[in-house]
Design a protein around this ligand. Structure first.
Ligand code: GLU
Length: 441
């Protein structure tokens, strides 16, 4: 069965860039009738918090993602320990005693000599006496995985055939000197244990795929299929900055963005598909496939998010808005249809609805007093509908000779007290004759 995982670290709130793999995995799982696992990569106990873990689930739910099940790496240490011991027994994991300063020194010397700063495997040549000396000094080893150092080839579902040559990489540290695990090994162990078939993640992980493939094989696990997507960047190709895209999903939610607008921007930016509204993730999943993801950049434009959000609201059918209208005590289809075209964010509806329910302070210029008196006299008899506005203003035009802005604008100012707003054609029947008359007076 197709099984994917989304694997954030609960060390902060999710932002737009994190929503991309979260959603791509979800769409892929649903398209393949597969399973979606939320894996919390919380081996960094100093920075992981319960509050961030809860926040991640809230944010995923808001986007429309409901994981089929959840695991936490902090619950699974025994599995990692067993894998570690197997790798030690098979000679693939070896102790290294260098301190951070010593490693820094080695890297600096390599740079001076114009060599790549690849770990020199000095630890493999330590004699038992040297090891005994380090141990006597109280040094604790960290543990490195001995890479084969070979071209690791795989067919990426997004990027096509790839080769990562592990010969140019340092043997990765899998276990810290304090016995805790870095991300690399637990990720592989979990992928094997949970039967992950597809790993969909950012292209910053391509080189990890090289050394993780070696670890999968060293542990005798099935290597999943990989798909590495381009990362969302700012307009200049820079990492998402504080100013724009590092906006957390929580902040975007609080700013009133529709989850489907955020989802469309997070997934469809940097693909061959247009960034356009979809009513829900199921509909987006009909259009999205991994091979639509571009090999080039994925530049996020905040203006696009805002305009997409507006378009979604302006087209939103009453049925889709209904539950939220009920919650605001504004459940009326004609009201929704009259006002939706003026929303930037959904919550604007509460303010706009006061144009109907009042109180409204009519604005009347002195030179328009006579005009408004005529307007009152010509107000059509009820029942009112969408044609009332044009009947009324046609009659007013004939009676006063006014046209264009001079004809319409004083009516808007008197009826709504505002320079701009929803179309009066739709507003008028909601207002009714009595309220209109009162405002015109
Ligand atoms: N916790 C890792 C990250 O957020 C997961 C990467 C992966 O999908 O393997 O980068």
């Amino acid at each position: 069965m197709t099984t994917v995982r989304y694997a954030p670290s609960p060390t902060g709130r999710l932002h737009l860039g994190n929503a991309r793999p979260a959603l791509m995995n979800w769409l892929f799982a649903r398209a393949n009738a597969g399973r979606y696992i939320l894996r919390l990569d919380d081996t960094d106990t100093a920075r992981s918090t319960e509050a961030f873990a809860r926040g991640i689930e809230q944010d995923l739910n808001w986007l429309g993602i409901t994981p089929d099940f959840k695991v936490r790496q902090s619950d699974r240490t025994a599995l990692y320990d067993a894998a570690r011991d197997r790798l030690i027994a098979s000679g693939r994991l070896y102790p290294a005693y260098e301190t951070e300063e010593e490693l820094d020194g080695k890297r600096a010397r390599a740079r001076l000599l114009g060599r790549p700063p690849v770990y020199d495997r000095a630890a493999l040549k330590l004699t038992p006496e040297q090891i005994a000396k380090y141990e006597a000094e109280g040094r604790k080893p960290h543990w490195r995985f001995r890479l084969d150092g070979r071209p690791v080839a795989f067919v990426d579902l997004i990027k096509g055939p790839q080769t990562v040559n592990t010969a140019s990489m340092s043997d990765p540290v899998l276990v810290r000197a304090d016995g805790t695990y870095l991300y690399t090994l637990p990720s592989v162990v979990d992928d094997i244990d949970l039967g992950i078939t597809h790993v969909i993640r950012g292209e910053d992980h391509v080189s990890n795929t090289g050394n993780q493939t070696e670890i999968f094989e060293a542990l005798g696990g099935a290597v999943p299929t990989f798909a590495h997507h381009n990362l969302l960047t700012g307009a200049e190709g820079e990492g998402l900055s504080k100013r724009i895209g590092s906006l957390s999903l929580m902040e975007l939610r609080e700013a009133g963005y529709e989850p489907m607008a955020v989802a469309a921007v997070a997934v469809l930016t940097g693909t061959s598909l247009p960034v356009e509204p979809y009513p829900d993730l199921a509909a987006m999943g009909q259009a999205f496939t991994l091979d639509a993801v571009s090999h080039g950049s994925a530049r996020f434009d905040p203006a696009e998010l805002a305009s997409l959000n507006t378009r979604m609201l302006h087209q939103m059918p009453y049925e889709a808005a209904r539950a939220r209208l009920v919650a605001l005590g504004l459940d009326s289809e004609p009201l929704w249809l009259a006002l939706r075209g003026n929303l930037s964010v959904f919550s604007d509806i509460a303010d706009l609805a006061t144009l109907v329910s009042g109180p409204v302070t009519p604005v009347v210029a002195n030179e328009d007093r006579d005009y408004l008196a005529t307007a009152r006299d010509l107000l059509p008899a009820e029942p009112w509908d969408e044609t009332t506005w044009s009947k009324w203003t046609e009659a007013l035009k004939a009676a006063t000779g006014r046209k264009g802005r001079a004809l319409f604008h004083p009516l808007r100012l008197a009826l709504t007290g505002r320079e701009q707003g929803p179309e009066l054609r739709s507003l008028l029947p909601l207002l009714g004759r009595r309220a209109s008359l009162a405002r015109l007076s």
